[in-house]
Design a protein around this ligand. Structure first.
Ligand code: DGY
Length: 321
């Protein structure tokens, strides 16, 4: 029988994923779930044919240049691949895949949670009750912003953006979107297309970001763009922290230009931004958009499907380079 390919799974994945991986690969696991340094990633690359990493492992141009040629494929357990220098990996001849589709619903759920929580001051309310400081009630108490019937701007009507648009249908929101190109009607539905973000933002009392992190989208929501939003708008980000200039966001939240923000992602992860954490009108989660049992299994299986195809000499379904 031919030898199984050697696979390094960098983080602790779902039990079902690890069990399946062990059937088909000579697998190296990380039961302690520790984060490996760049030097350790490079050292590991000499021992394995394939790596199944998460967004926590950074494959910068420098790391890729120092990696062994033994690694033939990086099958990411993530849809976002901003942790991979794709050009460097392509130049080295390493195949790279990701896990689209399977996390769209889970991430859309978290976007909805963030939007409601930010708009209705859920974090503030929870902290108040928990601290035993809830000592009065009046009609003027903890008044928030209603989602129902408002205009929602979706920046990036890709898979997650579309899942989110579907989810908010019950709120009777008027959906507007920005994409580099308009989508066919069967995908966009009734959503109104805007050819520029500058055109979209002034229309939207709620905005949710669903585009990938690239050099072009770095600090996409900067001071100038935040200023284009109607006063009292609510901004949500489940995509990547680098899409928002956090100091401009802090100014907008402090001044009341934004009523609130809901964030699952930050420039610095893990950890977040201590200055944002001082503000009551921001609701934050620790990058858990795709963290459901169902989605973790589906992400693991999708990454393994990509590996299986590659080692069977077929084109992996989610090949990026
Ligand atoms: C993704 O898949 O990109 C999620 O952010 C988890 O890594």
């Amino acid at each position: 029988m031919a030898e199984k390919p050697t696979l390094w799974i960098t983080r602790k994945l779902s039990e079902a994923t690890e069990t399946r991986a062990a059937q088909d690969y000579d697998v190296q696991l990380n039961p302690e779930d520790r984060v490996f340094s760049a030097d350790e990633i490079i050292a590991k690359s000499h021992e394995v044919d394939a790596i199944l990493p998460c967004h926590s492992e950074i494959f910068s141009a420098d790391v890729v240049a120092r990696m062994s040629d033994r690694v033939k494929i990086i099958a990411n357990h993530s849809v976002g691949v901003d942790h991979c220098d794709l050009a460097a990996l392509k130049a080295k001849g390493v195949v790279v895949t990701n896990t689209p589709d399977v996390l769209s619903d889970a991430t859309a759920e978290i976007a909805l949670l963030l939007m409601l929580a930010a708009a209705r001051r859920a974090g503030e309310g929870d902290r108040l009750v928990r601290a035993g400081l809830w000592d009065s009630w009046s009609p003027a108490f903890m008044v928030g912003t209603q989602m129902t019937g408002k205009r929602l701007g979706i920046v990036g009507l890709g898979r997650v953006g579309r899942a989110f648009a579907k989810l908010v249908q019950g709120f009777g929101m008027e959906i507007h979107y920005y994409n580099r190109k308009p989508l066919p009607q069967e995908q966009a539905g009734d959503a109104v297309y805007h050819a520029t973000i500058e055109d979209l933002l002034p229309q939207c009392q709620f905005v949710s970001l669903h585009c990938p992190a690239t050099p072009e989208t770095f600090n996409l929501m900067n001071k100038e763009r935040l200023a284009l939003l109607p006063d009292g708008a609510v901004l949500v980000n489940t995509a990547r922290g680098t899409l928002i200039d956090e100091s401009a966001l802090i100014d907008a939240l402090r001044s009341g230009k934004l009523a609130a923000a809901g964030l699952d992602v930050f420039h610095t992860e893990p950890g977040g931004n201590p200055e944002l954490a001082k503000l009551d009108n921001v609701f934050m989660l620790p990058h858990i958009g795709s963290a459901t049992r169902e989605t973790r299994d589906a992400m693991g299986f999708r990454a393994l499907d990509n590996l299986d195809a590659f080692f069977a000499g077929q084109e992996p379904r989610d090949r990026l380079v």
